[in-house]
Write a protein that binds this ligand. Structure first.
Ligand code: ZN
Length: 108
């Protein structure tokens, strides 16, 4: 009996069924080979982008610390919220991007 891919709704022969998400805590989901290739592509590209963001975070914290600009907004219970931390990271990213753009113009 053929199964139906939950993503593209096409029929999948039992021999062609692929599974995605075995590494995650939740149960893996089956799909057709084409949707599996798409899922892998998005997941692998996302992993690359996330590791770039991690490197950028390290650089942002390092430079901000060295220049005496590292800080979080005041929060009532002393512990910054996830939103405040993410905003601080995005501000660092904006600042790093602006600095890179400035470096490019001064190099010319
Ligand atoms: Zn599919």
């Amino acid at each position: 009996m053929n199964l139906t891919c939950p993503n593209c709704k096409k029929e999948v022969k039992p021999d062609d069924v692929k599974w995605f998400g075995q590494e995650a805590r939740e149960a893996a989901v089956f799909c057709c080979p084409a949707c599996h290739a798409l899922a892998e592509l998005i997941y692998q590209r996302g992993k690359v982008e996330l590791s770039r963001l991690l490197m950028m975070l390290m650089e942002g914290v390092r430079v901000s610390l060295a220049e005496g600009r590292l800080q979080l907004p005041e929060s009532p219970n002393g512990e910054p919220s996830k939103k405040q931390v993410l905003e601080a990271i995005l501000n660092m990213k904006d600042w790093i991007d602006a600095r890179k753009a400035l470096n490019k113009t001064t190099e010319k």
